[in-house]
Ligand binder design. Sequence first.
Ligand SMILES: [Fe+2]
Length: 220
Amino acid sequence: MSNAPRHDIYAFIHKGLRAFMAHTLVRVGRLDAHDPAEVAEVGAELKALLAICRGHLEHENHVIHSAMQARAPGSATALGIEHEGHIVAIDQLAQLLEQVPGNAEAAKTLYRTLSHFVAENFEHMQREETEHNAVLWATHTDDEIRALEHRIVSSLKPEQSALSMRWMLPHMTPAERAAMLGGMRRTAPAEVFDTVLSQVRPLLGGRDWRKLSVALDLGL
Ligand SMILES: [Fe+2]
């Protein structure tokens, strides 16, 4: 048997989600409910986070869970039920956000509720990466798993794709970043690659940017 690592369909998007959740949680924690500009900015970030979380779990339900259930009936049921709870929590967080402008107590409630949501999601993603990957690896080849991933990625609207990239790329290892962007340079139109690169550059520290520039031979 080969010891080569299997394809992890969750790895990069979960890194992005963990980073976006952590970022938004600490921003909500220091939010000044009496500063309208800040409430608007942080509120927009939270709405974007909730939208990406909702889209993410829908993709998992429709593509990943369906594939698992077809070959290992029942194998995606438990975490699928957790997704139903996440939808309820997402709706609740959106409602709490509406009460925040000018209301410090509402901001505190939002912070605590978001903290619970993030904690639950961190545990949930860990279970997907262990329990679900074990099922996927036992029932699907890596090419089949990549095909599932392709179905998800190709169904994203441009703004969903851009937001995913914005949170994934700065928060993966230099080798992972170079591999993802190298793949994009080979397969996507040049202007798409250039746009993603210019979006990620200000989000990387100088050290990470230099490593990327060397790995992709950017000459920048
Ligand atoms: Fe999930």
